[in-house]
Ligand binder design. Structure first.
Ligand code: NAD
Length: 433
């Protein structure tokens, strides 16, 4: 395990701006330390939570289409399961590291806890470029991964889901391989599956919908009228496109959206339903007929009511934070704001609604999918959406309470809610040292 660096005491230098870029694990530890200074929790429990419960490292002998065999490394970092089975995605990416999986697994623990889902946190990764795999190679790799992880996953142990470089088909192969080995069809071993084999309707749209729901609740909190509220959205994929379209339907004016190649901009509003999302046609945003094309950097600096970074991490940094003119930021992507930028935004009183609340609709509908799988009963889209709205509103209300009672930022409030829930469960179950 590689997370044995000197972590120091929980209240050391947690409010200083760190050097950039931070790794996912450094960010996760910094956020935990910060929350620990605000929450009323036992230091021994915090120290336990600074480490993963278990990391499994596997070597997958991948038979290439030309007959060669490549040893491919994969990880499953299981951070905490005190509130229920581990839960989190599996990514296929050439830059995956063990440390990254541990940091992202910690984030999942907090995300599930702030939504009050009966899950812990985990993340898996395979060090491979999925764009360089044929479909057959990807299938063989995934089936072997399911075999190697068989002892540590399961509907009551650890429930993977899609992430970068993996999708519903990947989950279908994983579920099929696991079910074959178990001798029984076990849809609850993964979420984000195709609906034909136990996936939930509404799962793909859920992270974007939850961003829209939370934006509406936050706008209401700050007395911003949703009708005509101006919004810029970076990234037009699963999260960005669904958030932008939902907010447009709610009455907001979406002035700019982007993909990796740039952004379309119209101060009078653009019709996001007429722009192809990443899934519908990758990188087609600039095909939309808008009066202006601007860069992604310019999009981030637009003078709008709400800025939604929904593409990649680390886009709001100490280098551009002084140019941010939005009145509020709602994080659609995971980790779009660096810790240094966060401090600067706090000083400027620009609220940042954190990723672990805003985009948690994905894992929430994954929970609904798991419930449907283990009870063998399908929900309608209407039920999924109604229950998603209800869960998001409950999470928001608990974050508002801490934000107001302790006069802390939205991020600190969300982490405090999560940490106190996880710590309460550890406290009552006991650390069993
Ligand atoms: P996606 O692949 O569907 O879409 C990504 C979009 O971002 C595309 O439009 C792409 O062109 C654009 N993009 C890529 N690189 C960019 C760059 N350098 N600058 C500007 N735009 C860029 O991805 P997604 O599933 O929507 O995920 C977006 C973010 O949300 C990620 O941080 C992801 O971890 C996070 N997230 C996703 C889910 C989910 O279930 N899809 C859930 C929670 C969080």
């Amino acid at each position: 395990m590689s997370n044995d660096a000197d972590h120091g005491s929980v209240d050391s230098t947690v409010n200083e701006s760190p050097a950039e870029p931070e790794t996912a694990l450094e960010t996760a530890l910094r956020q935990l330390d910060r929350a620990a200074t605000l929450a009323d929790v036992d230091e021994d429990i915090v120290e336990r939570l600074r480490h993963p419960a278990r990391v499994t490292r596997v070597t997958l002998p991948l038979k290439r289409d030309d007959g060669r065999v490549d040893p491919i490394v994969g990880y499953r970092a299981q951070h905490d399961s005190v509130r229920g089975p581990f839960k989190g995605g599996i990514r296929y990416h050439p830059d995956v590291t063990e440390e990254e999986c541990i940091g992202l697994g910690m984030w999942m623990t907090w995300k599930c806890a702030v939504l009050n889902l009966p899950f812990g946190g985990a993340k898996g990764g395979v060090v491979v470029n999925p764009k360089k795999l044929s479909l057959k190679e990807k299938e063989r790799l995934t089936r072997r991964l399911a075999q190697e992880l068989r002892d540590v996953v399961g509907p009551n142990r650890d429930i993977p889901a899609p992430d970068m470089g993996t999708d519903a088909q990947t989950m279908a192969w994983f579920m099929d391989a696991y079910s074959m080995q178990e001798g029984e069809t076990t849809p609850g071993v993964v979420t984000g599956k195709p609906p034909a084999i136990g996936g939930s309707v509404g799962r793909a749209e859920a992270p974007g919908y939850s961003v829209a729901i939370i934006t509406e609740l936050a706008a209401d909190y700050y007395d911003i009228d949703l009708n005509g509220m101006t919004v810029a959205v970076q990234g037009f994929g699963s999260v960005g496109a669904n958030a932008a379209r939902k907010l447009q339907d709610m009455g907001a004016t979406i002035v700019s959206v982007s993909d990796v190649n740039g952004a379309v901009y119209n101060p009078d509003g653009i019709d996001t339903h007429n722009i192809l999302s990443h899934e519908e046609k990758p990188e087609a945003v600039l095909e939309y007929d808008a009066p202006s094309i601007i860069s992604n950097d310019e999009l981030l600096e637009l003078d709008v009511d709400v800025l939604i970074p929904a593409a990649i991490g680390n886009v709001i940094t100490v280098d551009n934070v002084d140019e941010i003119k939005a009145d509020m930021i709602v994080e659609g992507a995971n980790g779009p704001t660096t810790s240094g930028a966060d401090v600067a935004l706090e000083e400027r009183d620009i609220p940042v609604i954190p990723d672990i609340v805003a985009n948690a609709g994905g894992v929430t509908v994954s929970y609904f999918e798991w419930l449907q799988d283990i009870s063998r009963r399908k929900w309608t889209l209407e039920r999924v959406e109604t229950e998603l709205e209800s869960e998001m509103a409950k999470a928001w209300a608990s974050v508002v309470d801490v934000h107001e009672d302790r006069s802390v930022t939205w991020r600190d409030a969300a982490y405090t809610v999560a940490l106190e829930r996880v710590a309460a469960a550890h406290n009552i179950r006991g650390l069993w040292p």
